[in-house]
Design a protein around this ligand. Structure first.
Ligand code: SAM
Ligand code: SF4
Length: 338
């Protein structure tokens, strides 16, 4: 991978299989105020000492270097990103990075309503809110906290603040919340929200089992029995992760993310920076490259760029069978950020 011509970086982040990487997901904290059963290991997580987590200027430097190498979109995630005190400042610094076209957020919605306006002012483009149940008891069973009302308030704040896009992510689990899918679709009848149904994935410690997965085909045929789902243009021909549908008369839309039954590895354009500075080229494989020490040793931009390029070159072609994924990953989902 040729990185420099004179002093000017020219290359895109292209891996051994020709995939171009233009999307960076940054976990801004490993802390969280929920304890979702499908994400947080049963034994809990040892929070890293805060001194080991990247500081704002370190994150901005990585984003700048990666933008020079072709990254255009950033998504902030966690843990729960709104537990990071300087989140609006971080957003405002990232939107100023030349080449970054969009900064987005994925949040559990517990605190988001408090920051919705500040984040919008800071330049946040769009927000994904994770919500797996509209029923209080079921919400508590899944998230292990009684905070459904706060999440619903955040959904309304996001819509009021007029973000470019507001998406609601539901991880659909057999026997847990699958019966609520139509309640979520009903939200899209009157609200301009994109409700997204996500297949349940295995991660370290989340006690995933294949019988817990409701596949894309099952989810779609269940909804089609009741609604007139119409595929939006480009849904099946682009390299999009989600398949998007409209329903006549509905303000919002409905999507499916088939991460298990129809892996999108062949078009994956994502890189992930963990809160402590590891750069993951694949969601399921351990990180090959750690940036924090090099950043703190004040290594040159060229050295950091080389590390970033190494991470991209280490990216596997795809991930193995779902049954092997839980063992493969060295981190739980809460430590990666989705
Ligand atoms: N705390 C924030 C939130 O919940 O939106 C951001 C971090 S969370 C790890 C990011 C996304 O990963 C959420 O939408 C969550 O539902 C999803 N996620 C976590 N564990 C998952 C699993 N086992 N399968 C599928 N999605 C999962
Ligand atoms: Fe926290 Fe999000 Fe994981 Fe739930 S899904 S435990 S909110 S990081």
């Amino acid at each position: 991978m040729e990185l420099l011509a004179g002093n000017k970086p020219v290359s895109q982040l292209i891996d051994r299989f020709g995939r171009i990487h233009d999307y960076l997901r940054i976990s801004v904290t490993d802390r969280c105020n929920l304890r979702c059963t499908y994400c947080m290991p049963v034994e809990g997580v040892d929070w890293k000492p805060s001194g080991l987590l990247l500081e704002t200027e370190e994150i901005v430097r990585v984003a700048r270097l990666m933008a020079e190498m072709g990254v255009k979109k950033i998504r902030l995630t966690g843990g729960e990103p709104t537990t990071r005190k300087d989140l609006p400042l971080l957003v405002s610094r990232l939107v100023e990075v030349p080449g970054i076209e969009k900064v987005c957020l994925t949040t559990n919605g517990v605190l988001f309503s408090k920051y919705a306006q500040d984040l919008k002012r800071a330049g946040l483009s769009s927000v994904n809110i994770s919500l797996d149940s509209l029923n209080r008891e079921n919400f508590i069973r899944i998230a292990r906290r009684d905070l459904l009302t706060s999440v619903l308030k955040s959904l309304n704040s996001a819509l009021e603040c007029d973000y470019q896009q507001v998406k609601l992510n539901m991880v659909v689990m057999a026997g847990i919340n699958e019966h609520e899918m139509t309640d979520f679709v009903e939200l899209a009848r009157t609200k301009p929200v994109n409700v997204r149904f996500i297949e349940y994935m295995p991660f370290k410690g989340n006690r995933w089992d294949p019988f817990g997965v409701v596949t894309y085909n099952e989810m779609r045929s269940r909804l089609e029995a009741r609604y007139d789902l119409r595929a939006l243009p480009d849904t099946f021909i682009s390299n999009r992760v989600a398949e998007d549908f409209m329903i006549p008369g509905f303000l919002g839309k409905v999507s499916f993310i088939a991460s298990m039954s129809n892996s999108f590895c062949s078009t994956c354009s994502r890189l992930r920076l963990t809160a402590d500075g590891a750069l993951k080229a694949c969601l399921f494989f351990p990180a090959q490259v750690h940036l924090r020490e090099s950043l703190r040793a004040n290594q040159s931009d060229e050295v950091i760029r080389r590390l970033i390029a190494d991470a991209v070159l280490s990216k596997p072609k795809g991930h193995p069978d779902p049954s092997e994924l839980e063992q493969l990953n060295d981190l739980s989902m809460i430590e990666i950020g989705g």
